[in-house]
Design a protein around this ligand. Structure first.
Ligand code: GDP
Ligand code: IMO
Ligand code: MG
Length: 422
């Protein structure tokens, strides 16, 4: 019986979707614990490609139960669209998708306020999915939860109260048109009719499952460096993607967690603004983007690309308590003559002993690189560690040692079978 947390260990888009899909073969339940439709988790099966935003990536295995935990912020439209898309592909979610009654709902004003704040002077480069404003309301104790849908009168009252405040902000601060509360109430009542069947007391359900000896995989969204507490604040998301967030976001207590698996890309990418010490603004960066198809799965934005950063992954491993790691997209490096790895940061001529999360310092650090020879051959057919070229093995051993991680899975292509399990 395992209760495993799977965490993105850089700035998101590490390939979590693919690895959840592989691991979920051995789990009865997969649970998302934070974030919302800002996530885009890709799973390729045969010639089909699925991009999941809200529903756990385990849904593609028909015997797996999928759960959306209380820590997730649920956009009704995104959820219904995703259910429809899956059903169209003959993947039924009925009876195997459950949503926590305590999850908060993304409201139309959250998306509007997200886009308005991004049009100001201070930009984060958000996905525009209303994530920040929804978590603001949650922590201000004004949020609307899934459970609120069950009480029509109470729901209407809460929405109307919220709208009064949001309309004041929209009109007085941003000089925008006011929103119509009745329209929103109508929309959310309709939504309730469609999702009523999925609502569950998730902490009770998950803890019962653990007592019955079932295995649970907790699927993180985003990545450790986008964590609101441990990431590169303010250029972060508004939730806790790190392993600590898995307990509060699901209702599973810490002493029931058996292990933590980190997903680490063989190089580094980031979407949106914020410091990125190993970013490549030259043709190598362009090459990584092109070979790695580094364009956002949610917004389509080009991802910023750079060399592997062992200083960053080392920090991530510490914060998340990574027991083992899946290295993804190793095949993308196959065409490089030389590959650089950042092994430390220098600031004002001195080597730093710890990772600086404050953005002023992080944006000034100078990466200390070591250069490794490339392997210049196709590795996508390798299915064992021994089948990898010598220089590729050396690269893996080097990043493992410098980042203090134990590599358990190596991904050499987007498909299920393009994987080496050690
Ligand atoms: P996630 O958000 O962490 O699930 O990652 P994304 O789905 O946003 O981005 C990862 C992208 O890389 C997707 O297009 C995957 O299909 C793809 N991918 C995953 N693993 C590999 C791999 O080992 N090699 C290659 N070339 N692509 C991969
Ligand atoms: P997955 O789960 C990569 C980034 C955005 C922006 C910042 C804040 O697919 O790895 P938000 O909309 O959350 O308020 O945006 O976080 N971001 C992601 N980057 N992968 C993601 O998810 C992301 N979700 C949010 O680009 O910089
Ligand atoms: Mg993604």
């Amino acid at each position: 019986m395992s209760v495993t947390i799977l965490v993105g260990s850089q700035w998101g888009d590490e390939g979590k979707g693919k690895i959840v899909d592989i691991l979920s073969e051995n789990y009865e339940i997969v649970t998302r614990y934070q974030g919302g439709a800002n996530a885009g988790h890709t799973v390729e099966i045969g010639d089909k490609k699925y991009i999941l935003h809200l529903i756990p990536s385990g849904i593609l295995r028909k015997d797996v139960i999928c759960v959306i935990g209380n820590g997730v912020v649920v956009d009704p439209n995104a959820l219904l669209e995703e259910i429809e898309l899956l059903e169209k592909n003959n993947i039924s979610v009925k009876g195997r998708l459950f949503i926590s009654h305590n999850a908060h709902l993304i409201m139309p004003y959250h998306k509007l306020l997200d886009s308005i704040s991004e049009s100001g002077d201070v930009k984060i480069g958000t996905t525009g999915r209303g994530i920040g404003p929804c978590y603001i309301d949650k922590y201000a104790r004004k949020g609307i939860k899934i459970v609120d849908l069950l009480d029509r009168e109470g729901l209407e009252q809460k929405i109307r109260q919220n709208i009064i405040e949001k309309n004041t902000i929209l009109k007085k601060v941003y000089d925008r048109e006011e929103l119509d509360a009745s329209e929103i109430v109508k929309e959310y009542v309709e939504f309730d009719k469609k999702i009523d069947q999925y609502i569950k007391d998730v902490p009770q359900f998950l803890n019962n499952a653990i007592s019955e000896g079932k295995s649970i995989l907790l699927e993180g969204a985003q990545g450790a460096l986008l964590d609101v507490d441990h990431g590169t604040y303010p250029f972060v998301t508004s939730s806790s993607p790190t392993s600590g967030g898995a307990c509060t976001g699901s209702g599973i207590p810490p002493n029931k967690i058996t292990n933590v698996v980190g997903i680490v890309k063989a190089y580094t990418t980031r979407v949106g603004y914020g410091p990125f010490p190993t970013e490549l603004l030259d043709e190598d960066g362009e090459k990584l983007r092109k070979i790695g198809a580094e364009y956002g799965a949610t917004t389509g934005r080009p991802r910023r690309c750079g060399w592997f950063d062992a200083a960053l992954v080392n920090y991530s491993s510490m914060i998340n308590g990574l027991d083992e790691v899946a290295i993804t997209k190793l095949d993308v490096l196959s065409e490089f003559d030389e590959i650089k790895v950042c092994v430390a940061y220098e600031l004002d001529g001195k080597q730093l002993k710890s990772f600086p999360t404050d953005v002023d310092r992080l944006s000034k650090v100078k990466p200390v690189y070591e250069v490794l020879p490339g392997w210049k051959s196709d590795i996508s057919k390798a299915r064992t560690f021994d089948e990898l070229p010598e220089n590729c093995k050396k690269y893996l051993n080097f990043i493992s040692e410098k980042s203090n991680i134990k590599i358990k899975i190596i991904s050499v292509g987007p498909k299920r079978n393009e994987t080496i399990i050690m």
